[in-house]
Design a protein around this ligand. Structure first.
Ligand SMILES: CC(C)(COP(=O)(O)OP(=O)(O)OC[C@H]1O[C@@H](n2cnc3c(N)ncnc32)[C@H](O)[C@@H]1OP(=O)(O)O)[C@@H](O)C(=O)NCCC(=O)NCCS
Length: 179
């Protein structure tokens, strides 16, 4: 898969993307530690979760290659208490058949742009597994730095899993007060 021959198109998700999103996410739930879920959620659950992101006014986007959805990303509330309202947490998942082609990078840069335009000031990545080199590299390349390390906070596939926190400022960050 070559980006120049096959341009990656990033667009807002629509309800008809839910099946592809569910399939991509289910793979990562069942085979990796990026998500601390252990049972893949149904399409109905994905649909409800997507709607709640959109209801909060945050972006939920997909990446298309040759007209097919191969990745998705969204910005969720970092934590629900109100003082966290200027901080978002990103989530990005790419079809295992399509990784390593720049899809994750394009999804993350678009999410950063969109969240900056919306006035959010910090973006946090909560990375499941210190060995998740793809996610750590993806975030480092886009200006995230490690902001915390929680040892053995997950237990999946019969082993303890560490959590890596990464963070970057959006827009003016904390150089000015939010609107
Ligand atoms: C993390 C993930 C989204 C990256 O998507 P992707 O489309 O493969 O990412 P890209 O091709 O844009 O690569 C991004 C950077 O990471 C690097 N990278 C990709 N896979 C890597 C790997 N396995 N090991 C080390 N670096 C890797 C790339 O070389 C690239 O760096 P570069 O810009 O210097 O070339 C994808 O691997 C995935 O879905 N993983 C499982 C879910 C997950 O961990 N999501 C993040 C949770 S927030």
């Amino acid at each position: 898969m070559n980006e120049q021959a096959n341009p990656i198109v990033i667009r807002d998700s629509s309800p008809s993307d839910v099946a592809a999103i569910q399939r991509i996410y289910a793979h990562h739930v069942q085979n990796g530690t990026a998500s601390f879920e252990e049972v893949a959620p149904s399409a109905d659950t994905i649909s409800t979760r997507r709607q709640s992101i959109l209801d909060a006014g945050a972006p939920y986007i997909v990446a298309e290659l040759n007209g097919e959805v191969h990745g998705f990303a969204y910005a969720g509330s970092f934590r629900p208490r109100s003082a966290y309202r200027h901080t978002v947490e990103d989530s990005i998942y790419v079809d295992p058949q399509a990784t390593g082609n720049g899809i994750g990078s394009k999804l993350l840069s678009t999410l950063i742009e969109r969240c900056t335009e919306l006035g959010y000031r910090q973006m946090v990545a909560v990375i499941g597994g210190a060995q998740n080199a793809a996610s750590i590299t993806l975030h480092q390349r886009q200006g995230f730095v490690q902001a915390g390390y929680l040892k053995s906070t997950g237990f999946k596939f019969g082993a303890w899993v560490d959590t890596v926190f990464m963070q970057r400022a959006l827009g003016a960050g904390d150089d000015s007060l939010p609107d």
